[in-house]
Design a protein around this ligand. Structure first.
Ligand SMILES: Nc1ncnc2c1ncn2[C@@H]1O[C@H](COP(=O)(O)OP(=O)(O)OP(=O)(O)O)[C@@H](O)[C@H]1O
Ligand SMILES: [Mg+2]
Length: 491
């Protein structure tokens, strides 16, 4: 059973019980007041009649003609009884067992409890006889020749009839009220439970994959707060799902790219290996083929090492220590010397950063070597690459070259694994397109920003800016300055 149905039945049930209970109690109370009023009136009338009969009996009893006969008493009573019979009041008089007079209708007679001894005080009862209610008052009248039992009977049909009419009227009122109440309750519950229906519909849609579904509920009640929380939750789910989708997509692209990267060297290896197997080639060509196989395996090895580097950096335990910037630059200079020497490129090292940096020396070395390697690959022979460390608001490490540079639209793509501006040229220079991905990961681990500025034909500048409190206080400035002024291209 649905919530609104339960609420409807429970509320309607409670209303029906309370309304009918109130109506019943009110009608009963009103009826008992009417009966009380009627009883008081009837008692008054009874006393008047009893006094009249008492006087009449005294008059008869005081006659000298001994004990009065029943016919004498009956004739004395009949004019009085006839008068009251018109008002539905009936009288009976008896002495001991003998009924001296009675005009009580046969239907009411079974209600007469004729006592042999007159009651000590007036006894009043209401009894239902033959479908009609009668009120009986039995009392005693003291005559000179012994006590008389006087019975007064009146018909209460009018009283009970009006009570029955009142009851019918109240039942009708109750039925109409309850029908109207049920309709009003349905309308109110329909309106009150609308937010629940909206939420149900929204959850059903979200469960079916429509993650941008939101609920709009006006007002300031709990449902409004619930809807606001629900919308926040839906937004979080939507973002999480989008991030997961993105991650899956990125992973798939990585696998596709990796497969593509492996295809070329594998084809080379297979082709030249088949040539070597044929054993018909000249010695010179066989040596050439072996050379191709070697360079293809070198490329595959390079690829595997780079992938391993990225994976290792991602999962590595960081060894954060104080690093002297001058020392870091010197080590990088030594490690890149051979490569740069081959291209007759000069590395101009400038260290203007006195205070130590906090970081993993090996990872920072790797980052700078990759950046210098990129600079060297894009620069002509006999050019200069500048490696510097300085403070510009934040401690910064910078690699600047005056090589081929890149167009604006390429700058957002170069962080993606395997992306190369010119794949053919990069492949020739041994690049697999993972260097900047590795640099981005290292920057992230140091909570630093990696920024790149480049202009086609002008050269490229890459900066690693240590913006976080990870660094010693004197090296950094307040975050307010950072938030207000410096803009970064986040990797
Ligand atoms: N200093 C630079 N000047 C010009 N182009 C650059 C520079 N640095 C990077 N690029 C471009 O960005 C691409 C991606 O660089 P990345 O370092 O990720 O890969 P790679 O150098 O090709 O290969 P790898 O570093 O894995 O050996 C490069 O192929 C190159 O086209
Ligand atoms: Mg590179």
């Amino acid at each position: 059973m649905k919530f609104w149905q339960k609420a409807f039945l429970a509320t309607l049930g409670a209303f029906i019980v309370s309304i009918n209970g109130c109506l019943y109690l009110t009608s009963r109370y009103s009826f008992s007041l009417n009966v009380q009023q009627e009883t008081n009136r009837v008692l008054g009338e009874y006393r008047v009649i009893a006094t009249g009969i008492d006087q009449t009996l005294l008059g008869i009893d005081s006659r000298p003609s001994a004990v009065p006969t029943a016919s004498v008493i009956s004739s004395a009573m009949s004019s009085l009884a006839d008068y009251y019979a018109k008002q539905d009041v009936y009288l009976a008089l008896q002495q001991s067992h003998t009924v001296l007079f009675s005009n009580v209708p046969a239907a009411a007679r079974p209600g007469l409890r004729i006592k042999t001894v007159p009651p000590a005080k007036d006894a009043l009862t209401i009894q239902r006889r033959g479908g009609t209610h009668y009120l009986y008052i039995v009392g005693s009248i003291h005559g000179l020749h012994g006590p008389y039992t006087f019975t007064y009977v009146t018909n209460l049909a009018a009283l009970y009839h009006s009570y029955a009419r009142l009851t019918h009227y109240l039942i009708l009122v109750s039925a109409v009220t309850e029908t109207l109440l049920a309709l009003a309750l349905l309308a109110i519950l329909g309106r009150l439970t609308r937010p629940i229906r909206l939420m149900l519909r929204a959850t059903r849609k979200i469960a079916a994959g429509v993650y941008d579904e939101r609920i709009r509920i006006a007002g300031r009640d709990e449902f409004h707060d619930l809807a606001a929380n629900f919308n926040r939750m839906a937004l979080a789910v939507q973002e999480k799902i989008a991030a997961l989708d993105n991650a899956v997509h990125e992973k798939q692209r990585l696998i596709d790219n990796l497969a593509h990267e492996l295809k070329t060297p594998l084809t080379t290896i297979k082709g030249h290996a088949q040539y070597l197997q044929s054993a018909h080639g000249q010695e010179q060509n066989r040596i050439k083929a072996a050379g191709y196989i070697l360079s293809a395996t070198d490329r595959m090895q390079d690829l595997v090492y780079k992938i391993l580097d990225v994976a290792l950096v991602r999962n590595s335990k960081l060894d954060f220590k104080e690093i002297r910037p001058a020392e870091l630059l010197r080590e990088v200079e030594a490690l890149t010397a051979t490569t740069l020497h081959e291209k007759h490129i000069t590395l101009d090292v400038r260290c203007l950063l006195e205070n130590p940096l906090i970081g993993d020396a090996t990872l920072l070395q790797s980052l700078l070597i990759n950046l210098i390697d990129n600079g060297a690959k894009s620069s002509p022979d006999h050019s200069v690459i500048t490696l510097s460390a300085y403070v510009d608001g934040f401690p910064t490490l910078e690699v600047r070259d005056s090589g081929c540079g890149m167009a604006e639209e390429q700058l957002s793509l170069i962080w993606e694994p395997f992306y190369r501006v010119d794949p053919a040229r990069s492949r020739r220079s041994g690049g697999v397109g993972l260097g900047l991905s590795l640099c981005r990961e290292i920057a992230r681990l140091h909570q630093a920003n990696l920024e790149i500025q480049s202009q086609l034909g002008q050269g490229t500048t890459v900066r690693l800016v240590f913006t976080t409190p990870l660094q010693p206080h004197e090296n950094s400035v307040t975050s307010a300055l950072y938030d207000g002024g410096v803009s970064h291209i986040n990797p």
